[in-house]
Design a binder for this molecule. Structure first.
Ligand SMILES: C[S@@+](CC[C@H](N)C(=O)[O-])C[C@H]1O[C@@H](n2cnc3c(N)ncnc32)[C@H](O)[C@@H]1O
Length: 180
């Protein structure tokens, strides 16, 4: 038994550099392939959302119309007839055209490869006071303060989320009281 233990210990000591090297390669491949997947997905969404689908836009127009009648909780924003919106999973930023002029927009997005597409899009809408993307998920958006936004928007996001209950809890946390 002692001889077996000795042989195993000896084998591990001799091959330690190879074991560590192999683990490092596996880790790198894992990290890089996740990054490549995210990059590819952002590029794909950018290509798919360049042209707007008329039917989707019609539905959105209907849904987003109600934003125009919301009165902000924030007295400063109220003076300008503006509201504060949080968009979760903003992607390339396809909803700018549906936001009321003057809106303050915070955005959350876990995939950092969307940043450049979102930034290109936000430049086209100087009437919306959009912020930089917060790189995080809807489940972990702790940077968004409690009771701080008038509206939360998500389009085509929940289908990619495994912990939907956590996102919904976060939405309740950040929405100003009185709206839920
Ligand atoms: C199909 S895309 C939709 C993008 C955009 N909302 C739209 O309507 O074009 C799904 C988006 O949800 C994001 N997403 C995935 N899981 C998320 C999570 N847990 N929290 C926030 N966003 C998430 C993805 O990175 C991606 O930007």
């Amino acid at each position: 038994m002692a001889e077996v233990d000795y042989l195993i210990a000896n084998w591990i000591t001799t091959n330690l550099p190879y074991i560590i090297g192999s683990l490092l390669v596996i880790w790198l491949v894992k990290v890089k392939s996740a990054d490549l997947r995210q990059r590819w997905f952002a590029f794909l969404m950018h290509q798919l959302t360049k042209e707007k689908d008329a039917k989707v836009e019609e539905v959105k127009k209907d849904l987003f119309t109600s934003l125009g009648s919301i009165v902000s909780h924030d007295p400063e924003l109220r003076k300008d007839n503006a509201i504060k919106i949080l968009e979760i999973g903003v992607g390339t930023g396809v909803n700018f055209s549906h936001y009321p002029s003057g809106s303050h927009l915070m955005v959350v997005e876990p995939n950092p490869h969307f940043v450049k597409y979102y930034n290109d899009n936000r430049k086209k809408f100087p009437n919306i006071r959009s912020e930089e993307i917060l790189i995080t998920t809807g489940e972990k958006m702790d940077e968004v303060p409690d009771n701080s936004v008038d509206v939360v928007v998500m389009t085509l996001v929940l289908c990619s989320v495994s912990e939907t209950e956590k996102i919904l809890q976060q939405i309740l946390r950040v929405l100003v009281p009185g709206w839920h």
